[in-house]
Design a protein around this ligand. Structure first.
Ligand SMILES: Nc1ncnc2c1ncn2[C@@H]1O[C@H](COP(=O)(O)OP(=O)(O)OP(=O)(O)O)[C@@H](O)[C@H]1O
Ligand SMILES: [Mg+2]
Length: 262
């Protein structure tokens, strides 16, 4: 693959679960490196299924799927951990380890991914906690952090390995509007570093505010693929530009974190 190839490509992908539910039907799409995409659609429309296929947590039933240079139908099981290292994942319920501090949760992700040098792990973990605005909370346990702070730790954990792509499934689902906006701005900032970001969401306000590419699913079918879209097509058609990203989009620069030795 050259750098001009899409980072995600689905050709006619369908997913039928073992219970017979057809969760995705003939979905074709491409996402290029560096894009920011909102994935919307009603509950049960297939958003999480699509994210799980991208992670190779689930296999497609028919069709072809390519992610980060891998044909996911052909990828060998032994190559999957290495493949997943290139993808950061953020969930609605944070999934932090309760007995580890914020620092340890992030550092743990580095160890799992094969980093061993203690000093490099420390520097990198601190740099990422700094990036998400949680340097001062590094030694706190998840139970002592607010929901917004816990989600920022989980974003830090997803970022710390320097992934090409960040997949977020309802990352603001448990957050109040201010914290939801803060997380969305963080994801937007990460995208300005060049990381591809795909966010499944029901958060109408954020989709309408950020005006990014919108992929909409309905009953497993891709029914809309719109640049600078709103949460619904009707809103987009009004031409109403409800605010722009509050972050400057110029000056895209690489995410500079200390290199870790493995
Ligand atoms: N592991 C599974 N086994 C069987 N069916 C499943 C499984 N996971 C999801 N489904 C079904 O597949 C369809 C799509 O589900 P999915 O979780 O992808 O929807 P979603 O768009 O993420 O919904 P929500 O907005 O509620 O999170 C639904 O009908 C769901 O019941
Ligand atoms: Mg879901």
């Amino acid at each position: 693959m050259t750098t001009f190839d899409p980072i995600i490509r689905l050709d006619n992908v369908s997913k039928c679960y073992l219970n017979g539910v057809l969760a995705l039907q003939s979905v074709s799409l491409t996402i290029n490196p560096g894009e920011f995409v909102f994935l919307v659609g009603p509950s049960g429309s297939g958003k999480s299924t699509l994210l799980r296929l991208l992670l190779r947590d689930e296999r497609v039933t028919t069709g072809r799927i390519f992610v980060a240079g891998h044909n996911l139908l052909r990828i060998q099981p032994g190559a999957i951990p290495q493949f997943r290292r290139r993808i950061g994942v953020v969930f609605q319920d944070y999934k932090l380890l309760p007995r580890l501090t914020a620092f340890e949760n992030v550092a743990f992700a580095l160890r799992v991914h094969g980093f061993h040098d203690a000093r490099a792990i420390r520097e990198r973990t601190i740099a990422v906690l700094e990036l998400v605005g949680l340097r001062a909370q590094a030694d706190r346990y998840p139970a002592t952090l607010s929901g917004g702070e816990q989600q920022r730790v989980s974003v830090a954990r997803a970022l710390v390995t320097g992934p090409d792509m960040l997949l977020a499934d309802e990352p603001t689902g448990n957050l109040d509007p201010d914290n939801a906006l803060a997380i969305a701005e963080l994801l937007d900032q990460i995208n300005t570093f060049g990381t591809t970001v795909v966010v499944a969401t029901h958060n109408r306000d954020l989709v309408d505010k950020f005006r990014r590419r919108v992929l909409q699913l309905d009953q497993g079918k891709l029914v809309r693929d719109e640049e600078s879209g709103g949460y619904t097509l009707a809103l987009a058609a009004t031409g109403d530009s409800l605010g722009e990203s509050t972050l400057p989009l110029d000056g895209r620069r690489p995410l500079t974190l200390p290199e870790g030795s493995r």
